[in-house]
Design a protein around this ligand. Structure first.
Ligand code: G6Q
Length: 544
């Protein structure tokens, strides 16, 4: 379908005019004018309640944003993704993370093949393997059971597994230790393994391509570490290494038996792969049943996104609100603030999901955009952030839309802790929206000179996502909510959300520099004067 350029679409133009009118309105006025606003501007699905009333919007804003989604062909794009069309056009690939959680018996066809049975075959194989490891039936080279699992991967092959392990730790086998090695900095590997016994340690080498420099470097160090610890018998590798990859040839070359390889497909993007075999560490930690529940949660959100009218569609609403702030208010970031310690790695996970997907400056047709795309996502769990960067959100000069995530029940109830936690999350969105006027500050007896410092302007927008408690299903729904939120944004901006060419240049340049750092003979450096000087200084420090 050929689309009008974004800034030429009627809804875009109408939103520009509308923004002029609404930007002067304060959330105080908007709430005063409609006593039911707090309930009216909410949507609920699958146990996730989204309160989006504390946004700088009116019924008219929403109407125009939904119209923009229509004019942007969002519906057709959603259908194209679910149908398995090759919507990742720069890599000529389908984008089918939704197939990873499709129930047994359903059908999604890619290049004439129904991929759902393949997905379930891998899940079954993962399940069998996990059960063997968890029960102790899988023995290490010296006959001991596996107590430690180390996932070696980076980017999409690391951030999802780390986040999911932390998020679902409550459900994990506490007799086992899980570690994650990603950085090529040798410190990461050393610290992750220094207290582990090699005879009880299993490495999962997670790499779609099995060529990624960081992961291969760490994988080789892991093999050296293991062989050194177990007396050098190369046969030990078979019992202590498994692979998650799409590249069987490279896996064999490394020395891992492909019987112990768990596959996935080129239609799974790295940052969308935590529910594929890349989640093997998650499955070992929480068991196949809980992993299955997480997949059910993902699938439920997929169906919600695919079938629900935009007005009630959680990812669509959130995606459009991001567009609203990003493009009309000039907001550069979105803060994600989970009020649950188990979600401490969720913002880091979202950084990749959102910014690698929508950090693009050309449209699908290759034209340079004349509007802003992907906002910067960041955050920390509450309440820690409150004692750190919230100051700027409350009283700084920048507009920072916030997503608060909260739960009705703690997984670790402890006296008054949960009430205190929840009081804080409710208080923060209230303070951001309504602030404190000079009159209110003065009425407290504050000296005149101090008043400006103690005024809170308010009118700072936020969403609150509220669920009962953090279960595997809820985690699946939450991640899929953000995946489809990102999809919605990308569809409006008409950009390719599923490639990541921007990570290539640095990789190529690093490969060129590696020998220049190691050469015994002074290399002839052909970089700019800054890079040349840095390389020379490093070589000097190395004593070369
Ligand atoms: C994610 C990216 C990227 C990728 C890593 C690891 O969408 O593609 O983060 O996941 O570069 O790649 P491998 O799994 O191939 O090692």
């Amino acid at each position: 379908m050929s689309l009008a350029p974004l800034t030429q679409r009627p809804a875009w133009k109408a939103l520009q005019a509308h923004h002029q009118k609404i930007q002067g309105s304060h959330l105080r006025q908007l709430f005063d004018a409609d006593p039911k606003r707090g309930e009216r501007f909410s949507a609920e699905a699958l146990g996730l309640y989204l309160d989006y009333s504390k946004n700088r919007i009116s019924d008219e804003t929403l109407k125009l944003l939904f119209q923009l989604a229509e004019e942007s062909g969002l519906k057709a794009r959603i259908e194209a993704m679910f149908r398995g069309d090759k919507i990742n056009i720069t890599e000529n690939r389908a984008v089918l993370h939704v197939a990873l959680r499709a129930p047994k018996g359903s059908s999604i066809v890619v290049d004439g093949v129904n991929v759902v049975p393949e997905v379930h075959a891998v899940l079954d194989k993962m399940g069998e393997f996990c059960n063997k490891v968890r029960s102790g039936a899988w023995k290490g080279h010296t006959g001991k059971r596996i107590k430690n699992v180390v996932n070696v991967g980076i980017g999409g092959s690391d951030l999802g597994p780390v986040m999911a392990y932390e998020a679902l730790r409550h459900y994990s086998d506490r007799n086992m230790t899980f570690r994650f090695v990603s950085n090529v900095d040798g410190t990461d590997f050393t610290e992750a393994t220094q207290d582990l016994d090699p005879s009880e340690t299993l490495f999962i080498i997670s790499s779609k391509t099995f060529t990624t420099l960081e992961t291969m470097t760490n994988a080789h160090s892991a093999r050296d570490w293991l062989l050194k610890g177990l007396g050098g018998d190369a046969k030990a590798v078979a019992k202590h290494f498994v692979a998650v990859s799409t590249n069987g040839a490279k896996v064999s070359e490394f020395g891992i038996d492909t019987a112990n390889m768990f596959g996935f497909w080129d239609w799974v993007g790295g940052r969308y792969s935590m529910d594929s075999a890349i989640g093997l560490s998650t499955m070992i930690a929480v068991g196949p049943e809980n992993f299955g529940k997480m997949l059910t949660g993902f699938h439920e959100m997929d169906e919600h996104f695919r079938t629900t009218p935009f007005e009630k569609n959680l990812p669509v609403i959130m995606g459009l609100l991001s567009v609203w702030y990003n493009d009309f208010f000039g907001a550069q970031t979105v803060a994600v603030l989970p009020y649950d310690q188990y979600l401490k790695r969720f913002p880091a996970y979202l950084q990749q999901l959102t910014m690698e997907s929508n950090g693009k400056h050309v449209t699908l047709d290759g034209a340079t955009v004349d509007y802003d795309t992907g906002p910067i996502y960041w955050g920390e769990p509450g309440t820690n952030g409150q004692h750190s960067f919230y100051q700027l959100i409350h009283q700084g000069t920048r507009l920072i839309p916030c997503d608060f995530i909260a739960f009705g029940h703690s997984l670790n109830p402890h006296g008054a802790h949960h009430d205190i936690l929840m009081a804080n999350v409710f208080a923060q969105s209230e303070a951001l929206a309504f602030g404190k006027t000079p009159e209110q500050v003065k009425a407290e007896g504050t000296a005149d000179w101090l008043v400006p410092h103690r005024v809170f302007e308010g009118n700072r927008p936020s969403n609150t996502i509220f669920a009962d408690k953090l279960t595997p299903e809820v985690l699946g729904r939450l991640v899929a909510l953000y995946e489809h939120n990102v999809f919605t944004q990308g569809a409006v901006w008409n950009i390719g959300s599923f490639d990541q060419w921007g990570v290539e240049l640095g990789k190529v340049l690093a490969q060129r520099i590696i020998p220049e750092l190691a050469d015994k003979a002074e290399p002839k450096l052909g970089h700019d004067s800054s890079t040349n000087a840095l390389i020379r200084r490093f070589r000097k420090l190395k004593g070369l």
